[in-house]
Design a protein around this ligand. Structure first.
Ligand code: AVJ
Length: 335
């Protein structure tokens, strides 16, 4: 069987560079100072994140993998979909558990293992997208693989349709990086683009004791601290800035009112930083913090309320054995 990979690039030229300029200019002049977490993931940051997923303290990846390893066939059977769409080209391992289940389910129904079965990955990073799609196409020969280079917060309309149903998966707990307003907009936008036969599979980390949560974001080996500090290199490399790692301390705090973890970089002394590419000089007072990430944790009823408000009905709920992480399935509600 030939390897079939198609790419569509929907990002305007210089999209990332322009967004970085905009996010840095707005976030570093606001009070408190903030940066969106998407800037963690340059090459070094993506490698550091892969190391985080293997740390003893960082349970979400293992918990989600456990659910998929045990339940992928059941989850996929509950959907009947022909196409797997992944928002974020993700860890290929989890994708494989779903794809293997999806193609096997079609074979069980007498539809031919790969007849029309398709995988679509949507990601802003073209490199990550190409690597993920190529590897999958080689291992699932005959599967139709499409890479869509686009931003899931604004460009969901670029996803190809499938009259036989798309299972749109948003895994890894990345939904927790969006604040409640961003989540509401994303869920509503996605709902508006789904047909009656489409389903939404969401991986969301669950509220638990801060004694477990905080170490997951402040590990003993310091890998998460290095991941957090790396965003300063992204600003240095992208904007010609002169941030120094040792001027800032990694901080992870549990915000009990909002039920999210915040990662911050705290200035160790008064610091002046130049960002020539945006013609900006930023002053940090000693102790002042830059918020680099929120990672929200969820409850079943809260998720049902958020998705219900966006026009989804619950169609399945699975957790790992210790109840740490959830996978939930949602259908477009009759409207
Ligand atoms: C990839 C967004 C799910 O929030 O847990 C890991 C990123 N940040 N350690 C998360 C992250 C700090 C991660 N997500």
């Amino acid at each position: 069987m030939p390897v079939t990979v198609t790419f569509h690039d929907h990002l305007p030229p210089h999209h990332a560079a322009e967004q970085l300029r905009r996010d840095a200019a707005a976030g570093l002049t606001s009070r408190p100072k903030v940066l969106p977490p998407k800037w963690f993931y340059d090459k070094t940051g993506s490698e550091l994140f892969e190391r985080i997923t293997t740390l003893p303290e960082y349970y979400p990846t293992r918990a989600e993998r456990e659910i998929l390893a045990e339940r992928a066939p059941e989850i996929v059977a509950a959907t009947g979909c022909r196409t797997l769409v992944e928002l974020g080209s993700g860890s290929s391992e989890k994708t494989r558990l779903l794809l293997t289940a999806l193609t096997a389910a079609r074979e069980d129904r007498g539809e031919g293992r790969y007849d029309g079965a398709a995988y679509v990955a949507l990601d802003v990073s073209e490199d990550a997208l190409r690597d993920a799609c190529q590897a999958l196409a080689e291992d699932y020969s005959g599967l139709v693989v499409t890479g869509v280079c686009a931003d899931f917060e604004t460009q969901l309309g670029t996803l190809p349709e499938d009259p036989e149903g798309r299972l749109v998966a948003f895994l890894g707990g990345t939904i927790g990086n969006l604040d409640p307003g961003q989540r509401a907009r994303f869920f509503r936008d996605l709902r508006g683009r789904l047909g009656a036969g489409d389903r939404f599979l969401l991986g969301a980390d669950l509220v638990k004791s801060p004694d477990v949560l905080v170490p997951a974001y402040d590990d003993a080996a310091g890998v998460t601290a290095a991941f957090n500090h790396n965003v300063l290199d992204v600003l240095n490399n992208g904007l010609g800035a002169d941030f120094r790692h040792d001027d800032f301390e990694h901080v992870a705090v549990w915000d009990a009112a909002n039920e999210w973890i915040e990662m911050r970089l705290r200035a160790q002394r008064d610091v002046l930083v130049g960002l020539p590419a945006i013609d900006l000089v930023v002053a940090f007072d000693a102790g002042e913090e830059l918020r680099t990430e929120i990672s929200a944790k969820f409850r079943r009823d809260g998720l049902a309320a958020e998705l219900g408000a966006a026009g989804f009905s619950p169609a399945g709920w699975w957790t790992d054995g210790e109840g740490r992480f959830s996978l939930s399935l949602w259908s477009p509600a009759e409207m």
